[in-house]
Write a protein that binds this ligand. Structure first.
Ligand SMILES: *[C@@H]1O[C@H](CO)[C@@H](O)[C@H](O)[C@H]1NC(C)=O
Ligand SMILES: *[C@@H]1O[C@H](CO)[C@@H](O)[C@H](O)[C@H]1NC(C)=O
Ligand SMILES: *[C@@H]1O[C@H](CO)[C@@H](O)[C@H](O)[C@H]1NC(C)=O
Ligand SMILES: *[C@@H]1O[C@H](CO)[C@@H](O)[C@H](O)[C@H]1NC(C)=O
Ligand SMILES: *[C@@H]1O[C@H](CO)[C@@H](O)[C@H](O)[C@H]1NC(C)=O
Ligand SMILES: [Cu+2]
Length: 373
């Protein structure tokens, strides 16, 4: 509530200090109005708590999806989860993956600010300027913490973390993917500490053993209250999210190569995890869920890192990479899938009107205005 009242004061001061307006009205995205998305470890404790408070606030805001049709959607946070579930079979392992998640992050950042007073910042820009925001979410730089997730500022379970490991669950099994075995993590049960202690999730879980990718499987949008489950796994983080592989990702020669290292590494072998999958599997059960993973608050920070690396890679060769796309609008790019183009319209359900992929190709264009440290 503090954030809301300071916002009101700021608006009032802004209208009195009218001389401020002419300069700012026409400002476009540049170094002066660009939001900087920082690594979690770079934020002060107070800034981290501001973020987790804003996430908790979203869980107290009313949902927009109708309760009758979507019984598992109980609050505004769940609107984001349900939207991700709804489009899962289009936006993963496909040409939509990078641009769709970039816009999803931006919608989340905007909702945190507009609906939960996140950052409590003065709205500096003319509201008629589309997509202008000065707030900023954070990201998770995987290699920094890969050796010891439980000691990282993200997952150490302190008051300024994103909570930590789940309770030890003796039943948790290792995971077999082709000839690759991922040993089990250190938790496997409910998260009982930190800001998301005892959090109740409403959607999912979805089975990892999918046999068909043609429709949203059960439990779809059913209401299924269960606990927030994690199992930190340093084996996965050190083997799939280390500095070597991040450098290799950035050295990708074209978008096909980039997407391969992102989603499948090593190429043409049985290892099913790229850096994307590695991040999901290193944190465990809730974040591993292909459909309902945004229920783990680490989701947005994980995808922040993906978005950051995509942006860095694009910037290194503007001419050839800024608008490079490859793939279809269907999971795993099946033959006969519709190839994505810059004109492909991405869907966001109740979160936003459709957006063309073209508008999501540049963090400092198409209406976005942010950078990463
Ligand atoms: C958000 O970005 C602005 C502009 O770069 C920066 O001054 C501020 O510290 C950032 N806030 C957080 C919480 O990262
Ligand atoms: C956490 O997830 C594991 C693996 O799916 C499952 O066996 C376990 O029952 C879950 N624990 C809780 C408390 O939900
Ligand atoms: C880093 O990750 C890559 C890709 O998963 C893996 O092949 C390599 O063995 C890892 N390096 C170390 C030092 O763990
Ligand atoms: C993606 O790359 C493959 C392999 O080069 C190519 O056959 C396909 O046409 C490309 N798809 C798009 C949408 O660019
Ligand atoms: C799911 O996607 C369809 C097709 O875009 C859309 O009509 C529907 O509203 C979406 N539902 C949700 C929950 O986003
Ligand atoms: Cu996703």
């Amino acid at each position: 509530m503090v954030a809301f009242s300071s916002l009101l004061v700021a608006l009032w001061v802004g209208s009195v200090g009218a001389s401020l307006l002419p300069d700012l009205e026409f400002e476009w995205c540049g170094p002066n109005n660009q939001a900087t998305r920082k690594e979690w470890g770079e934020l002060t404790s107070a800034e981290r708590i501001e973020y987790t408070d804003a996430v908790l606030c979203m869980q107290k805001q009313p949902q927009r999806l109708p309760r009758e049709e979507f019984p598992g959607v109980r609050n505004r946070f769940d609107d984001f989860v349900a939207t991700h579930i709804n489009y899962t079979l289009n936006i993963h392992y496909s040409g939509l993956f990078l641009p769709w998640h970039r816009h999803f992050l931006w919608l989340w950042e905007t909702a945190l600010q507009d609906e939960c007073g996140y950052n409590g910042q003065l709205p500096l820009v003319n509201p008629s300027v589309y997509f202008s925001q000065t707030d900023n979410i954070s990201y998770w730089n995987w290699p920094y913490w890969a050796n010891n997730l439980a000691a990282s500022p993200l997952f150490d379970c302190s008051a300024s973390s994103l909570s930590g490991d789940g309770e030890y669950n003796p039943e948790e099994q290792s995971i077999q993917g082709g000839s690759v075995t991922l040993p089990r993590g250190t938790g496997g049960g409910c998260v009982r500490c930190g800001p998301f202690k005892d959090m109740e999730l409403h959607l999912g879980p979805f089975s990892r053993a999918l046999t068909s990718f043609t429709e949203i499987p059960a439990p779809a949008f059913d209401y299924n209250p269960h606990c927030f489950n994690r199992s930190l796994n340093n084996f996965v983080s050190t083997n799939y999210n280390n500095e070597t592989i991040v450098d290799r990702l950035l050295a990708s020669t074209d978008i096909i190569d980039f997407q391969t290292v992102m989603n499948h590494w090593p190429p043409n072998a049985e290892g099913v995890l790229g850096v994307h999958g590695g991040g999901h599997f290193s944190i465990g059960v809730t974040l591993q869920d292909l459909f309902a993973s945004p229920q783990d608050p680490a989701f947005m920070l994980h995808h922040g890192m993906i978005d950051r690396l995509w942006g860095q890679w694009q910037t290194r060769d503007e001419r050839r990479r800024r608008f490079a796309l490859n793939g279809t609008s269907t999971i795993l790019d099946p033959p006969g899938g519709i190839p994505v183009t810059l004109d492909t319209e991405m869907q966001f359900g109740v979160l936003d009107r459709p957006r063309s992929i073209r508008d999501s190709m540049d963090p400092t264009g198409g209406g976005y205005c942010y950078s990463y440290t």
